[in-house]
Design a protein around this ligand. Structure first.
Ligand SMILES: Cc1cc2nc3c(=O)[nH]c(=O)nc-3n(C[C@H](O)[C@H](O)[C@H](O)COP(=O)(O)OP(=O)(O)OC[C@H]3O[C@@H](n4cnc5c(N)ncnc54)[C@H](O)[C@@H]3O)c2cc1C
Length: 399
């Protein structure tokens, strides 16, 4: 039996944080919006450590009950066990991620112009002509629909992006929630060559519950066991376990005819920490503005989307994501000695002070330029690049 075709102004694939927040931003526009989500519930399965900078409360109206804890220190531990403890004005939030996704959903669900189809999978799209205008015909597991704009908010394995020829490199991640006796004031990052693309983390959720995880391109399960052994955590005491993928690299192309990508599907993720939420919430504001503009001018071309979405995103987020990726490329090559040396420089120079003043988990550009002016740091970097010319070439390529 052929599927009935319904018309929508906008079709969002993925009802997680990017899709729900964008829908939230567009909820007063009178646009007819459909969200296709393959899972049956909003916010599940949980795939997040939920650590976010204070920018969250500047970007959204954040209810207090979603803040589970705040951390005062970031402890960075090198492969040999030596560490530095950094603090600043940041005091990042540890949030209830499921609650955050549900908050955006609850704000739009009463709107009769907005339709959610849960338990339904996006399968494909193709361009068609409708009244001499290019639009998109979308096919899901349950229906076909026509739309002026298709938004790929479908995460790291985005089928929308893949159909457009874009493939994310993703790091598998594992996390458990466990009752433990660590310090509730600090988030800890463990570096090791075996999980060099990211780190092992301990994030204090509050009430003596800790989110402990790791992401690495290879042997993630084995590395996770090694990590738990190193920090003396017994997996048997876990409350529950999560898994997921973290896009790794630079931001993708965002604009296509009648289509735009947002969130993990667009690679809007920091390569230093794997955090994507602040970036995608920032990008969603540009996306919403662009979408309003497209409908106002009845123009849905790549050129239009590029001008109002991709360009502003590139100039704010894209540049910062490049810096995150360059830092990550350096860290991947760090030896034990490099960690020792850099910790020593940070501890004994004014850098620790610079970090506490200019430290920014999301937008590190200002801090990096300040640190580069430090002669000891500069000399360390110079020697490091002499030893690792490929990293230098990679950095030049990224810029
Ligand atoms: C273990 C882990 C820890 C993390 N910790 C942090 C952190 O502490 N701080 C931070 O900022 N970020 C963190 N992140 C990253 C953050 O979770 C992501 O950046 C964020 O969830 C991306 O949101 P999104 O909506 O773009 O994609 P996702 O949350 O991946 O959502 C994509 C949605 O699309 C749906 N979907 C996919 N394909 C289809 C299809 N074909 N049809 C229909 N629906 C589909 C999925 O079901 C899903 O609901 C972490 C990630 C992981 C894996």
């Amino acid at each position: 039996m052929s599927k009935k075709i319904t018309n929508f102004d906008l079709c969002i694939i993925g009802g997680s944080i990017a899709g729900n927040y964008l829908c939230n931003l567009l909820s007063k526009t009178n646009l007819k919006i459909v969200i296709i989500e393959e899972h049956k519930d909003v916010g599940l399965p949980l795939q997040c450590a939920g650590i976010l900078s204070q920018k969250l409360s500047k970007l959204i109206d954040l209810p207090n009950n979603l803040i589970l804890n705040r951390v005062k220190f970031a402890k960075i531990i090198g492969p040999s066990g030596s560490f530095i403890k950094l603090s600043g004005n940041e005091y990042p939030y540890i949030i209830d991620r499921i609650g955050l996704d549900r908050l955006f959903y609850s704000r739009v669900i009463q709107d009769d112009k907005i339709t959610y189809f849960f338990g339904e999978k996006f399968k494909s799209f193709k361009y068609i002509l409708h009244n001499h205008q290019k639009i998109v015909l979308v096919e899901t597991s349950n229906r076909k629909l026509k739309t002026h704009l298709l938004i790929g908010c479908d995460g790291p394995l985005s089928l929308v992006a893949k159909t457009l020829g874009i493939k994310n490199k993703n790091l598998p991640a594992i996390q458990i929630r466990v009752k433990e006796q660590f310090d509730e004031n600090e988030a800890v990052m463990y570096f090791d060559q075996r999980w060099k693309e990211l780190f092992g983390w301990i994030v204090p959720e509050g009430n003596n519950i800790f989110r402990i995880g790791i992401a690495s391109s290879e042997n993630t399960a084995k590395n996770f066991r090694l990590f738990l052994k190193r920090i003396k955590v017994n997996q048997e005491h876990k409350i529950n376990q999560q898994g997921g993928l973290i896009p790794y690299g630079l931001m993708n192309k965002l604009a296509f005819d009648n289509i735009l990508l947002l969130g993990d599907s667009a690679g809007q993720v920091k390569a230093t920490t794997g955090g994507g939420i602040i970036m995608l919430l920032t990008a969603a504001k540009y996306a919403a503005n662009c979408i309003k503009n497209c409908f106002k001018n009845n123009k849905f071309s790549r050129k239009q989307i590029k001008k109002y979405y991709e360009k502003p995103c590139k100039s704010l987020i894209g540049k910062e994501l490049k810096i995150h990726y360059i830092i990550r490329s350096f860290l991947e090559k760090f030896t034990n000695k490099d960690f020792e040396k850099i910790f020593q420089i940070i501890r004994t120079s004014e850098i620790e002070n610079l970090i506490s003043i200019y430290g920014d988990m999301d937008f590190p550009k200002t801090l990096i330029f300040k640190i580069l002016k430090n002669p000891r740091f500069f000399l360390f970097l110079f020697k490091f690049l002499l030893k690792n010319p490929t990293v230098f070439i990679k950095a030049l390529h990224i810029i």
